[in-house]
Design a protein around this ligand. Structure first.
Ligand code: MIG
Length: 836
């Protein structure tokens, strides 16, 4: 029986301590305890302290985590003072107070001395094995835990992919990557493990990353008003404490520690279409041409498991896809890229040595029959890259190909081999890779029980499944990403994954797995996307329309009204259910979907700018309001509306037959995106939301960079047009990020950032454009500024010279509807526009 965290009473566990002595190094303090335990506090940055403990023994010199991207930190200044009762370590931002007996650690704000987070009891371990009977894997290791005082007003966010609401206060969660088709709210665990959370009380936030890959438990006071705790069925007590107080600052530090998301290709922000069962090639072509004929934007089509030869990864079914390369090239001509699914299960296909398919030596073995022998299995077996059980036997789970084997991705050579195998796709014109089933799922037993005795190389540790399950997908994604980067160094890799561990953002984007075509499932999209964003995963999305079961036109439209601004926007459906491509419910619904897909493409410059911010700073684009307004308690539980970046607020309808809804607008001035109607924030407003309208508001003070309407990325020159929404003082500002959208050159400064300021006080209007930063040169083009005003200007001055009224499409100024538009050539220089 799987254990639920609630039943794990940790209060009886052995407590660490007390402190008898300590030693200092340049960046750390190690406490020696009377029980033989050691606790090491490492000051990585003024706002980042690592706490590592070994129980009843000295600390192992072996210290490795797949999640950590950075271990070189600049030296942080800190001081130590001690008293008979305690030891205090103070950085510029945090004071760590270590009470010696009992050993209690608390973190305070170094300036205000206010306690941010404090141990409720000393760190614990299951010395007597009291919890062993309750553990999922009694042989995993020794249970370790840490307990923190639960604040009366404390809110909790994060933990990655959870089928739960945004605020996790009084909830309890388990991490154990699991294939959970058709999950509903409350199902736990599901696919991913991100053991990182944020605590927020009175507007001040901290973060804790419990970097332990074993089955872990997080309890935010589900059965106690005093205590929040986290623990794991093995491994070390090893956590990183982050101090904000700004959530954005914590997310940046978390990205520094576990890795920044590299930029995917720009077309990954394009619309995507998938269906389990799109075969043969003519069917795929039909879907794409349907999109084109119907004037619906599309950048990507996905091939699910049916493209393979007998579900053998790195092969093609040449009956269904006789010439995959020609098919891809045909689609690319229409602006559409192909993505193929890749599962971890390699068909188990032993054969007597003589029966080897001659094709095994061919240059394109992926197109050969594979009946006598399967090149991937042969190679992996020969090189000994597959997982074994403890008794030395190959581990043979059952997945789509039937009996299969899994690669031990902890082996560096195996990762290289796996990455290189992707040649079988790239040679055939495939543009990106979709990793599925990587929990790893095993039809023999979905809980993982059948895998408990599987051993992984793990840096020579030869450790158990209990330790390695949750990092399996991370390492498979790493092999894939690094393979794509090696095989095609001039193009940015694009990988999508279902399962993950912390650090996944370095290698892959993600989607939320097998949802339902139900309103409940749709309502979960928003808290799930925003929670993933607060957990270091910015590039997220969910099957638009839902994966399982039967939807309808209304549900599909409302689903697009959530996902048209999600980074990953892909309609996908299970094989044995009803069609839900945008046109399947008739013209009325199709027209509305078209409107939102077109709007997504117009907003691409804005989306890409916020995506680059996510890459650079770790702050996600798809945000809960609490991320932008963490001092506003009205946002703490708000998860039926979201923001994109700082500027756009969207409040979709998440129930059937509803055409009006309440929307909370935070402090400040807001504009209805559709009508330009102005609102004063700090209250709830009731707005119309007929099926064709998703309530959408622009923050006063912002400038939205829009691009041309397009059916795929690259179809048109991205001429930006800046729409201005002044705040109460008549001011607005923004910046626009651009690059080539394809190559990794942005990392070498080949990008352009254009900053813009607007001020409009009494009839005196000024726009200043800074000289763009970076080495990227866009194609010759114009840029436009759109100001909502009924007034007609007397003169418009560009750098003090009057500019003319524009003839159609030319440069100059003109009135269009209620707007004044100014269009100037983009010469890459600073400019000043004055309107009188
Ligand atoms: O056992 O590849 O979540 O998107 O269509 C199901 C078939 C395996 C699960 C994925 C889903 C995909 C399906 N896969």
């Amino acid at each position: 029986m799987a254990v639920c965290a609630n039943s794990q009473d940790i209060t009886g566990l052995e407590k660490i301590g007390p402190v008898v002595s300590f030693t200092k190094s340049v960046n750390a303090v190690t406490l020696n305890c009377a029980d033989g335990s050691q606790v090491k506090l490492t000051m990585l940055a003024p706002d980042l302290i690592r706490v590592r403990a070994s129980f009843a023994k000295s600390m192992s010199p072996h210290d490795h985590s797949w999640a950590i991207a950075r271990d070189n930190w600049d030296t942080t200044q800190w001081t130590l003072t001690e008293s008979p009762e305690s030891i205090s370590i103070t950085t510029e931002e945090v004071e760590v107070v270590i009470h010696r007996s009992p050993l209690l650690i608390s973190f305070r704000d170094a300036r205000t001395r206010e306690v941010i987070n404090a141990d409720e009891r000393p760190m614990m371990y299951d010395a007597k094995g009291t919890l062993a009977g309750m553990m999922f894997d009694p042989n995993a290791g020794m249970f370790v835990a840490a307990a923190k005082k639960l604040g009366f007003d404390e809110h909790f966010y994060g933990l990655g992919e959870k089928a739960a609401r945004l605020d996790k206060r009084r909830g309890s969660f388990v991490n154990w990557n699991s294939d959970t088709p058709g999950y509903t709210e409350g199902k736990d665990p599901i696919y991913q493990t991100i053991p990182f959370y944020l605590g927020l009380e009175h507007g001040s936030a901290y973060g804790i990353f419990f970097d332990n890959s074993y089955r872990s438990y997080f309890n935010f006071g589900s059965n106690s008003q005093e205590r929040a705790w986290f623990g794991a069925e093995g491994g070390e007590m090893n956590y990183y404490f982050f101090y904000g107080p700004a959530i954005k600052k914590i997310l940046s530090r978390y990205a520094d520690l576990t890795g920044h998301m590299p930029l995917p290709p720009l077309w990954a922000l394009g619309n995507q279409q998938s269906r389990w069962g799109y075969y043969p090639d003519t069917m795929v072509e039909r879907v794409v041409s349907e999109y084109r004929q119907r004037d619906l934007p599309l950048d990507v089509v996905h091939l699910d498991i049916d493209y393979m030869n007998g579900y053998r990864v790195f092969t093609w079914n040449t009956q269904r896809f006789p010439r995959p390369k020609e098919m891809s090239e045909q689609l690319i001509k229409q602006g559409v890229k192909v993505i193929t699914i890749v599962d971890p299960g390699v068909k188990y296909q032993p054969h007597p040595p003589v029966a080897r398919e001659p094709a095994s030596n061919s240059r394109n073995p992926e197109l050969e029959p594979q009946d006598k022998s399967y090149y991937v299995f042969d190679q992996g077996l020969e090189k000994n890259y597959f997982q074994h059980r403890k008794d030395g036997k190959l581990f043979i789970p059952k997945v789509w190909p039937g009996e299969s084997v899994f690669v031990d991705y902890t082996l560096p050579e195996a990762r290289t081999w796996w990455g290189d195998l992707h040649r079988a796709y790239l040679d055939n014109g495939v543009a990106g890779i979709w990793n599925d089933m990587n929990e790893p799922s095993d039809f023999v037993d979905q809980t993982g029980k059948n895998q408990l005795d599987v051993i992984s190389y793990d840096e020579g540790e030869r450790s158990s499944h209990a330790k390695n399950r949750n990092v399996f997908a991370l390492l498979m994604a790493r092999a894939t990403y690094e393979g794509l980067a090696r095989l095609r160094p001039n193009l940015r890799p694009y990988v999508i994954t279902r399962a993950a561990y912390a650090g996944i953002q370095r290698y892959s984007t993600m989607w939320t797995g097998d949802t339902n075509s139900t309103w409940d499932s749709l309502a979960l999209n928003i808290p799930m996307f925003t929670t993933l964003g607060l957990s270091g995963e910015p590039f997220i999305g969910s099957d638009v329309g839902g994966f399982m079961g039967r939807g309808n036109g209304e549900l599909l439209v409302r689903s697009y009204q959530v996902s048209f601004l999600a980074p990953f926007c892909r309609n996908h459906k299970v094989i044995d259910s009803y069609d839900q491509e945008p046109w399947r419910f008739g013209k009325y619904y199709e027209d509305i979907i078209r409107k939102y897909l077109k709007l997504r493409y117009r907003l691409l410059p804005f989306l890409y700018t916020t995506l680059e911010e996510a890459h650079r700073t770790g702050v996600p684009l798809f945000r809960p309001l609490v991320l932008n307004y963490q001092n506003d308690a009205s946002t703490y539980n708000l998860d039926d509306e979201f923001m994109i970046g700082d500027d756009l607020l969207v409040a979709p309808v998440l129930r059937p037959d509803v055409t009006r809804r309440m929307v909370y607008l935070p402090e400040g001035k807001w504009y209805d995106y559709w009508t330009n109607k102005e609102y004063k924030g700090g209250s709830v407003v009731s707005v119309d939301a007929p099926l064709e309208t998703v309530p959408m508001f622009v923050r006063g003070g912002s400038i939205l960079p829009l691009g041309p309407e397009m059916n795929y990325v690259g179809e048109k020159i991205p001429e930006p047009s800046f729409v201005i929404y002044p705040d109460e003082r008549g001011e607005a500002a923004t910046s626009l990020y651009e690059d080539d959208g394809l190559t990794p050159e942005y990392a070498n400064g080949v990008y352009r950032r254009t900053s813009l300021r607007f001020s409009g006080k009494q009839k005196q209007i000024q726009i200043s454009i800074s000289a763009p930063e970076g080495k990227f040169r866009p194609q010759p083009r114009t840029i436009s500024f759109v100001i909502s005003t009924t007034l007609s200007p007397g003169t418009v001055l560009l750098d003090r010279q009057p500019i003319p009224r524009a003839a159609d499409g030319g440069t100059g100024w003109f009135k269009s509807g209620g707007n004044l538009v100014i269009r100037i050539p983009d010469d890459g220089r600073a400019h000043n526009i004055e309107i009188q």
